[in-house]
Design a protein around this ligand. Sequence first.
Ligand code: SF4
Ligand code: SF4
Length: 376
Amino acid sequence: MDAKKSLISRYLYESPYVKDIQKFKEDIIHKRVIPHQVEVQPGPLGKNICWLNCPYCYGKSAINSTERLSIERYIEVLKNITDGGCKKFIFAGWATDPLYYKHIDDLVQTVVERDSVIGFNTRAIDVSDRLVELVSTPSLAKTSYMSISVNAGNNENYNKVNAARGKAKLYDRVLKNVTSIVTHKKKNNASLDISVSYLINQYTNSKEEIIKFITDFKNAGADLIRFSCPQIPRGDVPGENPFIPTQIEYQDYINELTQIIESFSDESCKVIVVKSDDKFIQARTTPCFARFIYPTIGYDGWLYHCSQSSGSNFRSQALGNLATDNFWDLLYDYDANNLDNYFSSCSKKMENNNCRCDRKEHTVNSLIKDNGFFNK
Ligand code: SF4
Ligand code: SF4
Protein backbone atom coordinates (compact mmCIF):
# COMPACT_ATOMS: atom_id res chain seq x y z
CA MET A 1 0.00 0.00 0.00
CA ASP A 2 1.44 3.43 -0.86
CA ALA A 3 2.10 5.91 1.94
CA LYS A 4 -0.92 8.13 1.26
CA LYS A 5 -3.35 5.20 1.05
CA SER A 6 -1.97 3.81 4.27
CA LEU A 7 -2.38 7.20 5.93
CA ILE A 8 -6.03 7.42 4.83
CA SER A 9 -6.79 3.90 5.95
CA ARG A 10 -5.31 4.64 9.38
CA TYR A 11 -7.53 7.70 9.71
CA LEU A 12 -10.59 5.74 8.66
CA TYR A 13 -9.64 3.03 11.19
CA GLU A 14 -9.42 0.44 8.44
CA SER A 15 -5.94 -0.70 9.49
CA PRO A 16 -6.37 -3.49 12.01
CA TYR A 17 -4.96 -2.81 15.46
CA VAL A 18 -5.06 -6.56 16.11
CA LYS A 19 -3.82 -8.53 13.13
CA ASP A 20 -4.15 -12.06 14.51
CA ILE A 21 -7.08 -12.39 16.89
CA GLN A 22 -6.27 -15.97 17.94
CA LYS A 23 -2.75 -14.92 18.93
CA PHE A 24 -4.16 -11.88 20.72
CA LYS A 25 -6.37 -14.19 22.76
CA GLU A 26 -3.47 -16.48 23.63
CA ASP A 27 -1.35 -13.51 24.62
CA ILE A 28 -4.07 -12.26 26.98
CA ILE A 29 -4.42 -15.71 28.55
CA HIS A 30 -0.66 -16.04 29.05
CA LYS A 31 -0.21 -12.42 30.16
CA ARG A 32 2.26 -11.53 27.47
CA VAL A 33 0.18 -9.18 25.35
CA ILE A 34 2.09 -6.03 24.35
CA PRO A 35 -0.17 -3.06 23.63
CA HIS A 36 -0.20 -1.74 20.09
CA GLN A 37 0.34 1.70 21.59
CA VAL A 38 0.12 3.60 24.85
CA GLU A 39 -1.75 6.87 24.89
CA VAL A 40 -0.21 9.60 27.02
CA GLN A 41 -2.51 12.37 28.22
CA PRO A 42 -0.50 14.64 30.49
CA GLY A 43 -2.25 17.56 32.10
CA PRO A 44 -1.25 20.70 33.95
CA LEU A 45 -2.28 21.39 37.50
CA GLY A 46 -4.85 24.12 38.06
CA LYS A 47 -8.44 24.95 37.34
CA ASN A 48 -8.10 25.20 33.55
CA ILE A 49 -6.57 22.01 32.26
CA CYS A 50 -6.97 22.87 28.58
CA TRP A 51 -6.44 26.09 26.62
CA LEU A 52 -9.91 25.82 25.03
CA ASN A 53 -13.45 25.07 26.21
CA CYS A 54 -14.84 23.30 23.14
CA PRO A 55 -18.59 22.69 23.52
CA TYR A 56 -18.24 19.30 21.79
CA CYS A 57 -15.26 18.21 23.93
CA TYR A 58 -15.35 14.50 24.74
CA GLY A 59 -13.88 15.22 28.13
CA LYS A 60 -15.96 18.18 29.15
CA SER A 61 -17.54 16.14 31.95
CA ALA A 62 -14.07 15.43 33.39
CA ILE A 63 -13.64 15.81 37.12
CA ASN A 64 -10.37 17.61 37.68
CA SER A 65 -8.30 15.92 40.35
CA THR A 66 -5.12 17.38 41.81
CA GLU A 67 -3.15 14.17 41.25
CA ARG A 68 -0.39 14.35 38.67
CA LEU A 69 2.76 12.36 37.96
CA SER A 70 5.96 14.29 38.63
CA ILE A 71 7.99 14.76 35.46
CA GLU A 72 10.71 12.49 36.88
CA ARG A 73 8.20 9.71 37.51
CA TYR A 74 6.58 10.24 34.10
CA ILE A 75 9.91 9.76 32.33
CA GLU A 76 10.59 6.65 34.41
CA VAL A 77 7.17 5.21 33.46
CA LEU A 78 7.72 5.84 29.74
CA LYS A 79 11.16 4.23 29.85
CA ASN A 80 9.70 1.22 31.63
CA ILE A 81 7.02 0.86 28.92
CA THR A 82 9.58 0.94 26.09
CA ASP A 83 11.82 -1.50 27.98
CA GLY A 84 8.89 -3.93 28.03
CA GLY A 85 8.56 -3.78 24.24
CA CYS A 86 5.88 -1.19 23.48
CA LYS A 87 7.31 1.35 21.05
CA LYS A 88 4.40 3.52 20.02
CA PHE A 89 3.13 6.52 21.98
CA ILE A 90 0.23 8.79 21.17
CA PHE A 91 0.25 12.15 22.92
CA ALA A 92 -3.32 13.29 23.22
CA GLY A 93 -5.92 14.39 25.73
CA TRP A 94 -9.40 13.52 26.87
CA ALA A 95 -10.04 16.84 28.64
CA THR A 96 -6.64 18.40 28.00
CA ASP A 97 -4.33 19.05 25.07
CA PRO A 98 -0.92 17.35 25.32
CA LEU A 99 0.86 20.50 24.16
CA TYR A 100 -0.73 22.46 27.00
CA TYR A 101 1.49 20.46 29.39
CA LYS A 102 4.70 22.30 30.19
CA HIS A 103 6.98 19.23 30.20
CA ILE A 104 5.66 17.74 26.95
CA ASP A 105 9.05 18.13 25.22
CA ASP A 106 10.75 15.99 27.89
CA LEU A 107 8.19 13.21 27.44
CA VAL A 108 8.48 13.27 23.65
CA GLN A 109 12.27 13.26 23.79
CA THR A 110 12.22 10.22 26.10
CA VAL A 111 10.35 8.06 23.60
CA VAL A 112 11.92 9.46 20.43
CA GLU A 113 15.34 8.57 21.84
CA ARG A 114 14.05 5.01 22.25
CA ASP A 115 13.08 4.76 18.56
CA SER A 116 9.35 4.81 19.20
CA VAL A 117 6.65 5.76 16.74
CA ILE A 118 4.99 8.94 17.98
CA GLY A 119 1.59 10.43 17.27
CA PHE A 120 -0.14 13.59 18.41
CA ASN A 121 -3.78 14.57 18.59
CA THR A 122 -3.57 18.24 19.35
CA ARG A 123 -4.70 21.79 18.59
CA ALA A 124 -1.08 22.88 18.06
CA ILE A 125 -1.82 26.33 19.47
CA ASP A 126 1.63 26.57 21.06
CA VAL A 127 4.47 24.47 19.72
CA SER A 128 7.95 25.05 21.14
CA ASP A 129 11.04 25.19 18.92
CA ARG A 130 12.35 22.16 20.78
CA LEU A 131 9.23 20.16 19.95
CA VAL A 132 9.46 21.18 16.29
CA GLU A 133 13.01 19.81 16.27
CA LEU A 134 11.99 16.59 18.03
CA VAL A 135 9.17 15.78 15.61
CA SER A 136 11.49 16.56 12.71
CA THR A 137 14.22 14.20 13.89
CA PRO A 138 15.72 12.69 10.70
CA SER A 139 15.61 9.16 12.14
CA LEU A 140 12.01 9.47 13.42
CA ALA A 141 10.22 6.10 13.31
CA LYS A 142 8.02 5.61 10.24
CA THR A 143 4.23 6.18 10.51
CA SER A 144 4.77 8.88 13.14
CA TYR A 145 2.13 11.53 12.77
CA MET A 146 0.68 14.77 14.00
CA SER A 147 -3.07 15.21 13.73
CA ILE A 148 -4.24 18.77 14.29
CA SER A 149 -7.84 19.59 14.95
CA VAL A 150 -8.83 23.03 13.57
CA ASN A 151 -12.59 23.09 12.84
CA ALA A 152 -12.77 26.57 11.34
CA GLY A 153 -11.40 28.59 8.44
CA ASN A 154 -10.74 31.96 10.06
CA ASN A 155 -9.86 33.53 13.42
CA GLU A 156 -13.33 34.68 14.33
CA ASN A 157 -15.05 31.36 13.79
CA TYR A 158 -12.14 29.45 15.32
CA ASN A 159 -12.64 31.28 18.60
CA LYS A 160 -16.39 30.83 18.43
CA VAL A 161 -16.62 27.11 17.70
CA ASN A 162 -13.76 26.20 20.00
CA ALA A 163 -14.93 28.58 22.76
CA ALA A 164 -11.50 30.15 23.07
CA ARG A 165 -10.84 32.44 25.99
CA GLY A 166 -9.78 35.93 24.81
CA LYS A 167 -9.42 37.30 21.30
CA ALA A 168 -6.08 35.91 20.17
CA LYS A 169 -5.76 35.04 16.47
CA LEU A 170 -5.57 31.32 17.11
CA TYR A 171 -6.38 30.17 13.57
CA ASP A 172 -3.43 32.15 12.23
CA ARG A 173 -1.23 30.79 14.99
CA VAL A 174 -2.10 27.16 14.25
CA LEU A 175 -1.52 27.72 10.53
CA LYS A 176 1.88 29.23 11.28
CA ASN A 177 2.80 26.31 13.53
CA VAL A 178 1.81 23.74 10.91
CA THR A 179 3.85 25.61 8.29
CA SER A 180 6.87 25.63 10.60
CA ILE A 181 6.61 21.89 11.37
CA VAL A 182 6.27 21.02 7.67
CA THR A 183 9.28 23.20 6.78
CA HIS A 184 11.45 21.46 9.39
CA LYS A 185 10.33 17.94 8.59
CA LYS A 186 10.99 18.50 4.89
CA LYS A 187 14.41 19.95 5.61
CA ASN A 188 15.31 16.85 7.68
CA ASN A 189 13.40 14.41 5.47
CA ALA A 190 11.65 13.23 8.64
CA SER A 191 8.94 10.59 8.43
CA LEU A 192 6.10 12.59 9.99
CA ASP A 193 2.62 12.64 8.45
CA ILE A 194 0.68 15.84 9.05
CA SER A 195 -3.08 15.76 8.96
CA VAL A 196 -5.59 18.47 9.84
CA SER A 197 -9.21 17.89 10.68
CA TYR A 198 -12.41 19.87 10.55
CA LEU A 199 -15.70 19.05 12.25
CA ILE A 200 -18.77 20.03 10.28
CA ASN A 201 -21.71 21.47 12.18
CA GLN A 202 -24.21 24.30 11.85
CA TYR A 203 -21.49 26.92 12.51
CA THR A 204 -18.82 25.49 10.20
CA ASN A 205 -20.62 24.36 7.05
CA SER A 206 -20.14 27.41 4.83
CA LYS A 207 -18.55 26.50 1.49
CA GLU A 208 -16.43 29.66 1.46
CA GLU A 209 -14.96 28.94 4.88
CA ILE A 210 -14.32 25.29 4.06
CA ILE A 211 -12.55 26.19 0.80
CA LYS A 212 -10.40 28.76 2.61
CA PHE A 213 -9.48 26.19 5.27
CA ILE A 214 -8.51 23.58 2.67
CA THR A 215 -6.51 26.09 0.63
CA ASP A 216 -4.67 27.43 3.70
CA PHE A 217 -3.62 24.01 4.99
CA LYS A 218 -2.78 22.58 1.56
CA ASN A 219 -0.48 25.56 1.11
CA ALA A 220 0.96 24.90 4.56
CA GLY A 221 1.93 21.38 3.41
CA ALA A 222 -0.58 19.07 5.16
CA ASP A 223 -0.54 15.48 3.86
CA LEU A 224 -4.19 14.82 4.67
CA ILE A 225 -7.25 16.98 5.36
CA ARG A 226 -10.18 15.22 6.94
CA PHE A 227 -13.78 16.34 7.48
CA SER A 228 -16.06 14.53 9.89
CA CYS A 229 -18.91 14.95 12.32
CA PRO A 230 -18.33 15.73 16.01
CA GLN A 231 -19.30 12.72 18.10
CA ILE A 232 -21.63 13.01 21.05
CA PRO A 233 -19.65 13.75 24.23
CA ARG A 234 -20.23 11.65 27.32
CA GLY A 235 -23.14 13.07 29.30
CA ASP A 236 -24.73 14.89 26.34
CA VAL A 237 -28.17 14.02 25.04
CA PRO A 238 -28.28 13.42 21.25
CA GLY A 239 -29.97 16.33 19.48
CA GLU A 240 -29.58 18.81 22.33
CA ASN A 241 -26.09 20.18 21.75
CA PRO A 242 -26.20 22.69 18.84
CA PHE A 243 -22.54 21.95 18.06
CA ILE A 244 -23.32 18.26 17.39
CA PRO A 245 -25.45 17.70 14.29
CA THR A 246 -27.90 14.84 14.25
CA GLN A 247 -27.09 12.05 11.83
CA ILE A 248 -29.66 13.40 9.39
CA GLU A 249 -28.24 16.93 9.56
CA TYR A 250 -24.70 15.65 9.04
CA GLN A 251 -25.87 13.55 6.09
CA ASP A 252 -27.41 16.70 4.56
CA TYR A 253 -24.14 18.61 5.03
CA ILE A 254 -22.02 15.95 3.43
CA ASN A 255 -24.50 15.43 0.57
CA GLU A 256 -24.05 19.10 -0.22
CA LEU A 257 -20.33 19.43 0.47
CA THR A 258 -18.55 16.15 -0.33
CA GLN A 259 -18.09 16.75 -4.04
CA ILE A 260 -16.63 20.20 -3.60
CA ILE A 261 -14.43 19.14 -0.67
CA GLU A 262 -13.03 16.07 -2.40
CA SER A 263 -12.38 18.02 -5.62
CA PHE A 264 -9.38 19.51 -3.77
CA SER A 265 -7.81 16.09 -3.21
CA ASP A 266 -4.62 15.36 -5.14
CA GLU A 267 -1.44 13.31 -4.83
CA SER A 268 0.29 15.77 -2.54
CA CYS A 269 -2.66 16.19 -0.16
CA LYS A 270 -5.63 13.87 0.19
CA VAL A 271 -8.88 15.59 1.19
CA ILE A 272 -11.54 13.23 2.53
CA VAL A 273 -14.97 13.26 4.15
CA VAL A 274 -15.77 10.64 6.80
CA LYS A 275 -19.23 9.22 6.22
CA SER A 276 -21.93 9.19 8.85
CA ASP A 277 -22.48 5.89 10.65
CA ASP A 278 -24.58 4.25 13.37
CA LYS A 279 -21.72 4.51 15.83
CA PHE A 280 -22.85 8.09 16.38
CA ILE A 281 -25.61 6.92 18.64
CA GLN A 282 -24.42 3.85 20.48
CA ALA A 283 -22.46 4.69 23.66
CA ARG A 284 -20.03 1.78 23.71
CA THR A 285 -19.25 -1.64 22.28
CA THR A 286 -18.51 -4.35 24.84
CA PRO A 287 -16.81 -6.58 25.77
CA CYS A 288 -14.02 -4.05 25.66
CA PHE A 289 -10.47 -5.02 24.70
CA ALA A 290 -9.02 -1.52 24.76
CA ARG A 291 -6.76 -2.00 27.79
CA PHE A 292 -4.78 -4.66 25.89
CA ILE A 293 -4.44 -2.57 22.74
CA TYR A 294 -4.22 1.12 23.65
CA PRO A 295 -4.19 1.64 27.42
CA THR A 296 -4.02 5.28 28.40
CA ILE A 297 -2.26 7.32 31.07
CA GLY A 298 -4.79 9.92 32.21
CA TYR A 299 -3.97 13.47 33.30
CA ASP A 300 -4.12 12.24 36.91
CA GLY A 301 -1.35 9.68 36.34
CA TRP A 302 -3.65 6.65 36.59
CA LEU A 303 -3.71 3.95 33.95
CA TYR A 304 -7.06 3.56 32.18
CA HIS A 305 -8.56 1.25 29.57
CA CYS A 306 -8.67 3.77 26.74
CA SER A 307 -8.40 7.38 25.67
CA GLN A 308 -12.09 8.11 26.30
CA SER A 309 -12.20 6.77 29.85
CA SER A 310 -9.05 8.37 31.14
CA GLY A 311 -9.98 10.76 33.91
CA SER A 312 -10.86 10.64 37.56
CA ASN A 313 -14.55 10.04 36.73
CA PHE A 314 -13.53 6.53 35.69
CA ARG A 315 -11.49 5.67 38.74
CA SER A 316 -13.62 2.61 39.56
CA GLN A 317 -12.53 0.96 36.29
CA ALA A 318 -8.91 2.22 36.28
CA LEU A 319 -6.13 -0.35 36.08
CA GLY A 320 -4.16 1.41 38.83
CA ASN A 321 -1.99 4.32 39.83
CA LEU A 322 1.29 4.77 37.95
CA ALA A 323 2.60 7.06 40.67
CA THR A 324 3.11 3.98 42.80
CA ASP A 325 2.84 0.94 40.54
CA ASN A 326 4.65 -0.51 37.56
CA PHE A 327 2.91 -0.28 34.17
CA TRP A 328 3.38 -3.95 33.31
CA ASP A 329 2.20 -5.15 36.73
CA LEU A 330 -1.00 -3.14 36.27
CA LEU A 331 -1.47 -4.31 32.70
CA TYR A 332 -1.30 -7.97 33.71
CA ASP A 333 -3.37 -7.62 36.85
CA TYR A 334 -6.44 -9.78 35.98
CA ASP A 335 -7.59 -13.32 36.50
CA ALA A 336 -6.58 -15.06 33.28
CA ASN A 337 -8.34 -18.25 34.45
CA ASN A 338 -11.66 -16.53 34.48
CA LEU A 339 -11.70 -14.08 31.62
CA ASP A 340 -15.47 -14.29 31.17
CA ASN A 341 -15.95 -12.91 34.65
CA TYR A 342 -13.27 -10.32 34.16
CA PHE A 343 -14.75 -8.94 30.93
CA SER A 344 -18.28 -9.00 32.25
CA SER A 345 -17.33 -7.16 35.45
CA CYS A 346 -15.50 -4.53 33.34
CA SER A 347 -18.58 -4.16 31.11
CA LYS A 348 -20.74 -3.48 34.18
CA LYS A 349 -18.35 -0.80 35.45
CA MET A 350 -18.22 0.77 31.99
CA GLU A 351 -21.98 0.91 31.87
CA ASN A 352 -22.16 2.45 35.36
CA ASN A 353 -19.51 5.02 34.48
CA ASN A 354 -21.16 5.74 31.14
CA CYS A 355 -17.95 5.72 29.15
CA ARG A 356 -18.38 6.50 25.47
CA CYS A 357 -16.29 4.88 22.72
CA ASP A 358 -14.89 6.91 19.86
CA ARG A 359 -15.04 5.58 16.29
CA LYS A 360 -11.79 3.68 16.57
CA GLU A 361 -12.86 1.96 19.81
CA HIS A 362 -16.27 0.94 18.45
CA THR A 363 -14.58 -0.45 15.34
CA VAL A 364 -11.88 -2.43 17.14
CA ASN A 365 -14.15 -3.86 19.86
CA SER A 366 -16.74 -4.85 17.20
CA LEU A 367 -14.14 -6.52 15.03
CA ILE A 368 -12.81 -8.69 17.87
CA LYS A 369 -16.29 -9.46 19.16
CA ASP A 370 -17.53 -10.42 15.67
CA ASN A 371 -14.60 -12.79 15.31
CA GLY A 372 -16.01 -14.84 18.14
CA PHE A 373 -13.22 -14.06 20.61
CA PHE A 374 -15.58 -13.96 23.49
CA ASN A 375 -17.79 -16.91 22.60
CA LYS A 376 -17.23 -19.63 25.12
S1 SF4 B 1 -8.93 21.32 22.84
FE1 SF4 B 1 -9.59 19.20 22.96
S2 SF4 B 1 -9.43 18.65 25.12
FE2 SF4 B 1 -9.35 20.91 24.99
S3 SF4 B 1 -11.48 21.57 25.31
FE3 SF4 B 1 -11.15 21.36 23.09
S4 SF4 B 1 -11.79 19.27 22.55
FE4 SF4 B 1 -11.51 19.37 24.79
S1 SF4 C 1 -15.08 4.00 26.13
FE1 SF4 C 1 -15.19 2.14 24.88
S2 SF4 C 1 -13.05 1.51 24.67
FE2 SF4 C 1 -13.14 2.93 26.37
S3 SF4 C 1 -13.40 1.70 28.22
FE3 SF4 C 1 -15.44 2.28 27.54
S4 SF4 C 1 -16.10 0.57 26.24
FE4 SF4 C 1 -13.86 0.43 26.45
